[in-house]
Design a protein around this ligand. Structure first.
Ligand SMILES: [Zn+2]
Length: 188
């Protein structure tokens, strides 16, 4: 789950409410079977919009994708209605403009997947670096197994095998030798 974005969520709710109200005004100018078909379409859009708002609340990409789809469907449908009837006034224009705004707003908020993946990867690298720093005492360059015979450079394959609880770190070769360790071949 990602961080929430209340401002964008509220903006999207207001936009969607305006779009749906505008859409209702447009379709209530219609008559007969076409009106019924448009009402069914309207309820389908509501069904799609509800889960997308949940997704947007938690700033999930799919939430923005779904609401983009809903806005695009409304715009296409309004174009379709216009082509059939060709006589709509201010209500139609306002409704169309609001739907277009909604589409643009949701498109802007659909983050490219690459950016999202890179952000996650960066966070992972940062946390790995933190772990490394915590495990390797600063400026200590040599490591031995506690009560082991040899000491190693930090990047030796043998050093990497030592469990952190068994590691003993030294700042210099002399320090390691004074503790009774011999230099492993990685040191020479
Ligand atoms: Zn070694």
């Amino acid at each position: 789950m990602e961080e929430k974005n209340i401002g964008q969520f509220l903006t999207e709710i207001i936009l969607m409410a305006a779009i749906f109200i505008g859409f209702i005004f447009v379709i209530f100018d219609l008559r007969g079977k076409f009106l019924i078909a448009q009402l069914l379409f309207f309820f389908l859009l509501i069904v799609l919009a509800c889960p997308s708002l949940v997704g947007i609340y938690y700033n999930f990409r799919w939430g923005w994708l779904l609401i983009t789809l809903v806005s695009a469907l409304i715009i296409l449908d309004e174009i379709f209605i216009y082509i059939l009837h060709k006589s709509f006034g201010v209500v139609y224009l306002v409704s169309f403009a609001v739907a277009l705004m909604g589409l643009i707003f949701s498109l802007v908020n659909v983050k490219p997947r690459k950016v999202h993946v890179m952000k996650v990867a960066e966070e992972r690298i940062e946390s790995l670096e933190k772990v490394e720093k915590a495990e390797t005492p600063s400026k200590k360059r040599y490591v031995a197994k506690k009560s082991g015979k040899f000491y190693h450079k930090a990047d030796c394959f043998m050093a990497k095998r030592l469990r952190s609880e068994n590691q003993e770190w030294f700042g210099s070769m002399e320090e390691a030798a004074s503790q009774g360790h011999k230099a492993h071949r990685c040191v020479k």
